[in-house]
Design a protein around this ligand. Sequence first.
Ligand code: AP5
Ligand code: MG
Length: 219
Amino acid sequence: MTRIIILGAPGSGKGTQTQLLSQYFCIPFISAGEILRQEIKNNKQNKKYIKKTINKGKLVNNSFIIKLIKKKIQEKIYLNGFILDGFPRTIEQAEFLNKDIKIKFIIYLKIKLTNILNRIEGRLIHEPSGRTYHKILNPPKKKNLDDLTGEILTKRKDDNKKIISTRIKEYEIFTKPLIQWFKRETLTNSIKYFEINSNNSIQKIHQDIIKKLNINLKN
Ligand code: AP5
Ligand code: MG
């Protein structure tokens, strides 16, 4: 059973690489950010809290996201494995996962701050599916339109300079410590941890990840 976590700063390419890996290995994926954005659309009760928190660039409450992820991973399609994009983001979230779910691989996408800002600045999304593009670095086939549906692409509300600086701060405070936490876990656990240079092109990163996973899936 292959369970993979994709870890990295905002804009490091988690969503992009998750989608490519999911297609390559035919493993379904779960994106924490997407779950929350769907909740804004579909859950009247939680809408206000999630929207307010995301648009400030802050992390939502641990117990809140843990509850949503717990429910999601119990769905049938994830029984044989999954790729997790954007979860865990705090030690408390990692401890929840570690309790009864065996994770096989952690992929940490390491990126420079200047690249984060460029990527966030030009990102376009297809809201219904979460597909991601970049105006210059990863453009859609037709300007401003989703490749698969032809529907219009939009910008994420939290992709502006002010909010991104808070998102990066939240990452530094709460998520970065997870790197050491997971490295420690590899000593006593069967988890494998890989660091990937995410300053490269999308295809190069994808190939680097596949190489690491293929070698380790054979062993
Ligand atoms: P989330 O949606 O997960 O946002 P994030 O972590 O800030 O990450 P992003 O989605 O911005 O970036 P990414 O790494 O996926 O990069 P992408 O592939 O899109 O979460 C949103 C919010 O929800 C959080 O701020 C928080 O409030 C809340 N939340 C979510 N999970 C939570 C949790 N576990 N706990 C608490 N709160 C939570 O790429 C970015 C751009 O760059 C795109 O335009 C892409 O086309 C381009 N690009 C990608 N790779 C490359 C490359 N190699 N070269 C050039 N361009 C590239
Ligand atoms: Mg993302």
